[in-house]
Write a protein that binds this ligand. Structure first.
Ligand code: AKG
Ligand code: FE2
Length: 296
């Protein structure tokens, strides 16, 4: 229902320049949630009510499936005869979403989000590059002065969680997203085979999901995955989401080594900044924004 974006000094400067130019990009409409909660006194404003299939209370929620959990300690040790790496490859290919435990970041350090998440992003990207048979530094090297943005989402308790979504279904425009969520407060759901699978919070785990940039770079071998946030009747919920994406002037397109012989190139080339602008000016509507890059 509400979010606040924090950007790096460079992005801030760019944003200020855009404002000076009159080229302001407005991202949705953000209400003061505390005020909203007080003013509504149990009623949900009309504009938050969802129709039919878009309602979270529908039958297409699959409560039993489990998002894969990856043990980063196991990956670092290269243990289990590569079993964990294989698990990560399958998580990327089949889910595009996973939770990471034993990531080596303790609770206190998690508070220093900005510095740590920069380091942490290198971890899944190197893991992911390897599962594609690429050199570990491939993505870090090509992302240039990478964009890192943090969004904090606060979902107040909602009197009609069956009719209202906290955040509409979307895929992330990033390469990789890392999400920290309250223990014991589920709300994130991932679309898989047409059903919504809740991501049950694992204590101290970070949720990682692949974004649109990675889908393009891998020519669709790894897919960005639709997800949404539902609300809860009694509890509020906070998620801290860090998006890691290529610099705006980096040109993206499928990596030649990932376009197999005889396979068509499924995405065109474009600068990440062009896509980013398209993304933030479009309505969140599943994976529709990625049509921007699709060939045919
Ligand atoms: O709050 C959540 O669990 C989902 C947040 C999310 O998907 C986003 O901010 O892009
Ligand atoms: Fe998201």
């Amino acid at each position: 229902m509400a979010s606040a974006a924090v950007c790096s000094p460079k992005q801030q400067q760019r944003q200020e320049e855009e404002e000076k130019d009159g080229g302001v990009v407005k991202i949705g409409r953000v209400d003061d949630v505390q005020e909203l909660q007080r003013a509504c006194a149990g009623d949900v404003p009309e504009r938050y009510l969802r129709d039919g299939d878009d309602r979270p209370g529908g039958a297409n929620v699959c409560a039993h499936a489990e998002i894969p959990v990856i043990d980063a300690g196991e990956l670092r040790r290269g243990g289990g005869d590569g079993d964990e790496l294989e698990k990560l490859r399958r998580a990327c290919e089949e889910w595009g979403f996973f939770q990471v435990v034993n990531h080596g970041i303790d609770g206190e350090l998690l508070d220093e989000m900005e510095r740590l998440s920069r380091e942490f992003f290198m971890l899944p990207l190197e893991h992911i590059a390897e599962t594609l048979g690429l050199a570990p530094g491939t993505f870090a090297g090509m992302f240039g002065d990478a964009v890192q943005a943090v969004r904090m989402n606060f979902y107040p308790p909602c009197p009609r969680p069956d009719l209202v979504l906290g955040l509409s279904a979307h895929s992330d425009g990033s390469a990789v997203t890392v999400l920290q969520q309250d223990a014991g407060r589920a709300g994130l759901q991932v679309l898989r085979d047409g059903a919504w699978v809740p991501v049950h919070p694992v204590p101290h785990a970070l949720v990682v999901n692949l974004g649109d940039s990675l889908e393009v770079l891998t020519n669709g071998r790894y897919k960005s995955v639709e997800h949404r946030a539902v609300t809860n009747g009694e509890q509020d919920r906070l998620s801290i989401v860090t998006f890691y994406a290529p610099a705006y002037d980096v040109e993206l397109g499928p990596l030649p080594e990932l376009v197999a012989d005889g396979e068509p190139c499924r995405y065109r080339r474009f600068k990440h900044g062009e896509y980013s602008r398209h993304y933030v000016t479009s309505k969140l509507e599943g994976k529709k924004t990625l049509d921007f890059a699709k060939i045919n």
